[in-house]
Design a protein around this ligand. Structure first.
Ligand code: SF4
Length: 369
């Protein structure tokens, strides 16, 4: 079995480790590119949201590399994600690809069903080995997300922020060459070590920006036009409200261990939005309130064009902006998004945040006189 799966930020690192540890041959799709997007756009319904188009591009590129089995993530909705697995299967069938498709829905309490689907993808029926591999996979995911967070912090304060890019590019290139948990975790540790050696200005008072929005657009750098990197080069420390390890904790681990963070988001969102609107619309609101309370300078919401849950959230964000006196900018991404205009908007937003920061400092100085 030659298994593939779509790209989604760092997720591929853990899924690759997990499947390899279970003895599968993994065919990684090439990193998302213009070609991926063109393929996906060509074969997907015109009005479907961007993540599905990129998924289709990923599958086609992997099938061309020899993949014969695809793992597709599923959901029960209520937004279009609930139909993703069905639409994707139909598109691939219509294109005449002869591939096995395994759909992974989040367990949300039904662990037997979840394990059965894993047994289909695993090379073993040994439940202990599978659960152990899943646990180790979640640890790789956490380590990969922690490394990304560290890179964001270091980039904002580095004497040469491009040094951070070089270290991260080298890490991503090496991911393709290492196999299984042990080798991947060692690579992450080595990269962390190099990252901690980058010269930084420890006392630099950096602007802090929180990113909220639709999960795929937040964590897949090709889709958000590498927003974390771009902000880092502007000297901004970025935090993303969602990443895969948080999602895994929330959906795989029961009780208070996994869902504490999400529960806080729902609690903070409640005065503004008390019900589920699909995707991560409610989390966008909760995370924005948390960033505002935590003293962040600004918030950026990212969403794919026509993303229903985020459009609902977008309509509520001006109230949060007013209630907490925090600037919030919304960026909509689709296949037509131009890099130059995107960067200009980011730069203008950071200029605004810097100006507000300077004014606050001046006010403090004047009040002391
Ligand atoms: S959250 Fe938005 S982008 Fe994602 S599937 Fe739902 S509607 Fe599409």
């Amino acid at each position: 079995m030659k298994i593939t799966f779509p790209h989604m930020g760092n997720t591929y690192i853990a899924v690759k480790a997990l499947l390899e540890d279970l003895g599968n041959e993994v065919i990684l799709p090439p990193r998302c590119s213009k070609k991926t997007l063109e393929l996906g756009t060509k074969y997907s319904p015109e009005t479907i949201c961007l993540p599905l188009k990129i998924n289709i591009g990923n599958y086609i590129e992997s099938i061309e590399k020899g993949a014969d089995t695809i793992i597709i993530t599923g959901s029960c909705g209520p937004c279009r994600f609930g139909f993703y697995s069905v639409i994707e299967q139909e598109i691939l069938n219509d294109l005449g690809y002869d591939v096995n498709i395994i759909v992974f829905d989040p367990p949300d309490g039904n662990y037997m069903k979840f394990i059965k689907r894993i047994l289909k993808a695993a090379n073993t029926k040994n439940a202990f080995k599978i659960v152990n591999s899943l646990y180790k996979g979640s640890k790789v995911m956490e380590a990969a997300d922690n490394l990304k967070r560290l890179s964001n912090k270091v980039r904002a304060k580095a004497h040469n922020s491009y040094e951070v890019d070089m270290i991260m590019d080298n890490y991503f290139n090496n991911i393709d060459r290492v196999h299984g948990f042990k080798e991947i975790l060692n690579l992450i540790k080595e990269t962390e070590y190099k990252m901690n050696k980058v010269k930084i200005d420890k006392n630099k008072d950096v602007i802090k920006v929180g990113i909220v929005g639709e999960i795929y657009s937040i964590i897949e750098p090709f889709v958000n036009l590498e927003v974390e990197k771009k902000l880092g080069h502007l000297g901004v420390e970025v935090d993303t409200s969602l990443d895969t390890s948080t999602w895994v904790k929330h959906h795989l681990y029961p009780g208070p261990i996994g869902s504490r963070e999400e529960k806080r988001k729902w609690k903070e969102a409640k005065p503004y939005l008390s019900t589920l609107v699909g995707g991560h619309g409610r989390e966008t609101i909760g995370s924005s309130v948390i960033y505002a309370k935590d003293g962040y300078d600004g918030i950026i919401q990212i969403l794919p064009l026509t993303c229903m849950p985020e459009i609902v959230a977008e309509s509520i964000l001006p109230t949060i902006e007013k209630d907490f006196n925090i600037p919030i900018m919304t960026l909509v991404v689709d296949e037509m998004t131009g890099e130059a205009g995107y960067l200009t908007r980011l730069e203008a937003f950071i200029d605004l945040l810097q100006k507000r920061r300077d004014e606050k400092v001046n006010e403090r100085v004047l009040s002391r006189r």
